[in-house]
Design a protein around this ligand. Sequence first.
Ligand code: ATP
Ligand code: MG
Length: 437
Amino acid sequence: MRLSRAFLPTLKETPAEAQIVSHRLMLRAGLVRQTSAGIYAWLPLGWRVLQNVARIVREEQDRAGAHEVLMPTIQSAELWRQSGRYDGYGKEMLRIIDRHDREMLYGPTNEEMITDIFKTYAKSYRDLPRNLYHIQWKFRDEVRPRFGVMRGREFLMKDAYSFDLTAEGAQHSYRQMFFAYLRTFQRLGLKAVPMRADTGPIGGNLSHEFIVLAETGESGVFYDSRFEASDWASTVTDYDDVAGLKQAFDDVTSVYAATDEMHDAAAFDALAPESRREGRGIEVGHIFYFGTKYSAAMGLEVPGPDGRKVAPEMGSYGIGVSRLVGALIEANHDDAGIIWPDAVAPYRAAILNLKQGDAACDAMCDQLHAALGDDSIYDDRSERAGVKFADADLMGFPWQAIIGPRGAAAGKVELKRRATGERDELTVEEALVRIRT
Ligand code: ATP
Ligand code: MG
């Protein structure tokens, strides 16, 4: 993409309303534009990142055996009356009346709808276990939307729902998602700690929140320092290995980590003092096992092996896909701007032409741009070098291929790694190899 033709608007001034760095950078680098309180339009750069995050989330859900669907954002109040949650959900739910005076709502979550859909098709215990997910916009009329996409009113969530014949089966499904989450966050380059959590309004008896450590986070957290060093995501390779998965799960969850709501001061104090960690974090995922709460309330039951009807044991599993974009920036930035991890970068490289119109510079930039294609953004504007450097740093592309008249005459590109600031003089071929690996 040529920058001169792209829609990549940046802001010079730091927006006054943005209290945390990720929000400031998302506005300044032109990732999003607020359209109402807690509601954002995603501009090209932000949209590319959001899609990259969603792709990684999707790949790991699929790997763990879940099936993707797409449910609508608008739901009927009737479904929520069946589960008994319509009145209880309160003001966070955006309620809508259609032209026939039917009560509708913009979905804050989808337990009711998925249970209703699954009920239509599940004929016997042979249709279990199943795990269905979608990546869809949600609306929650938060009292205090803030921090940009971190706590929006409309936000993108991946939510999965598992159905099992037995409680043991449901716990296995829960553990599959638990490790799928660890893998997802690891691929995103984030250290997300699974913490024992309260089951809240969804109800139930087993729940973990996945928390990215950050001073600006809304959750208070207490955890064992072993979470800083260990790589639990890689301990699971076979999602069908029931015993292996349980062992791996027990190993991780035996290490202390809890949000303030579930904090057990005595257990925490019993740790060796050097390993105690206390801080703040951003909740990027939340998983629940809640048994037959929705299946029983909504009449989902199937004949078991002995012919007797059983209500499937369920769990639900959320990831804040749009919140993750904010969390990624909180974890990866410096004074100059965003530093995208390679896995989610909107473009792998920026090609900076320091002398537009110089035949050698133009030729070398064209060559790089043709070779990198859609993975690169070519800054071909007639702007000063300083402006190009500042914008590339702000937008955070992992690589900058800098082409000036002296280098171009000698057949050399200066390749800068955004994260470390390291620079190397390379031939075009060498630079391409580096950028692609
Ligand atoms: P929170 O405690 O932050 O309000 P929650 O517990 O209500 O979140 P869940 O119902 O567990 O959220 O939703 C799953 C995930 O969706 C959360 O882990 C979070 O990453 C994301 N999420 C929830 N609310 C918002 C929001 N208002 N804006 C952006 N993302 C959100
Ligand atoms: Mg939560």
